[in-house]
Design a protein around this ligand. Structure first.
Ligand SMILES: C[S@@+](CC[C@H](N)C(=O)[O-])C[C@H]1O[C@@H](n2cnc3c(N)ncnc32)[C@H](O)[C@@H]1O
Length: 273
């Protein structure tokens, strides 16, 4: 395919399509991003250009192609133990506290919202296994808008390059085995997490209550209004005193009455009031 400039009306159509399906705001001037992400779909459908793809989407209104476009435009980057300070704070402050507070029920619930391919949920699972919680009922829910990434998360199969990012060698040896050129996560760790397709813009209160919610590196893609609505909704899924962890570039601005911001062991955490 030779590169053809995306017509302005098609650019707007794609922006609106992605926004309406996910809440993700793709700014002007990101032609390169559309080119790199959508060219494989253009090829696969035997088309000549992204303009043709837009024409097809408009003509057929076929949900499958629209969905493929959205999945291609979402950024799924993630890795094991991303923002290590968060995991350190969980291990040294949150878990010791919960172990005391939840002695009666011995039940802990965690949520990796925007879980992508599962590294966040499984990092927590591996950390929990280090914590002598053998007779506790620990549940980890991982959710994402994209069913493609969740299929990968469920499989627990990771490429060499993925296990090279953030995963300590000792945990690789302990919880993974070789599977061809890839690495297969053990059933023991996989069983600790369940994955479900959920749009963060939907009502989420029924999923809770959780002791900890990760909502990292996804709010940056939303506009202020969507972000605020999601943060309020997340608050409603947390126990009082439960932790919300956001990505490094994200803040819970405007919801001070719902969360207390604290720095715990070098990690910024938002504690549900
Ligand atoms: C950059 S990844 C972040 C993964 C992980 N939380 C981390 O920090 O490493 C962002 C994820 O958000 C998901 N996402 C985007 N819009 C969403 C929405 N409206 N509802 C749920 N998930 C969404 C994407 O599919 C993608 O997997």
């Amino acid at each position: 395919m030779h590169t053809v400039e995306i017509y302005a009306e098609n650019y707007r159509f794609l922006q609106q399509h992605v926004y309406s399906q996910t809440g993700i705001v793709l700014e002007d001037g990101k032609d390169y991003l559309f080119e790199s992400r959508l060219t494989p779909i253009v090829h696969q459908l035997g088309l000549d250009s992204i303009n043709d793809l837009c024409a097809l989407m408009l003509a057929t209104r076929e949900a499958g192609i629209g969905r493929q476009v959205v999945e291609a435009m979402t950024t799924n980057e993630t890795y094991f133990f991303r923002d290590p300070a968060h995991f350190k704070a969980i291990q040294s402050v949150l878990l010791p506290r919960l172990k005391k507070e939840r002695q009666d029920t011995k039940r802990l619930r965690f949520w990796s919202a925007a879980a992508s391919t599962g590294q966040e949920a499984y990092s927590l699972a591996m950390l929990l296994l280090e914590e002598a919680l053998g007779d506790w009922n620990t549940q980890i829910l991982g959710t994402d808008f994209s069913s493609q990434v969740l299929d990968r998360a469920r499989s627990g199969k990771y490429q060499q390059i993925e296990v090279n990012r953030g995963l300590p060698a000792a945990l690789l040896v302990k919880h993974f085995r070789r599977s061809g050129v890839d690495w297969q996560l053990s059933d023991q760790v996989r069983r600790m997490a369940n994955f479900e397709t959920i749009d963060l813009r939907a009502s989420m209160r029924a999923l809770g209550p959780f002791d900890l919610v990760f909502c990292r590196n996804v709010l940056i893609y939303f506009d202020a209004e969507t972000k605020l609505r999601i943060l309020k909704e997340l608050h409603g899924t947390l126990f009082r005193g439960g932790w919300l962890l956001l990505g490094g570039a994200e803040t819970a601005f405007g919801i001070e009455e719902l969360f207390e911001k604290q720095v715990v062991e070098n990690a910024t955490v938002y504690i549900a009031r």
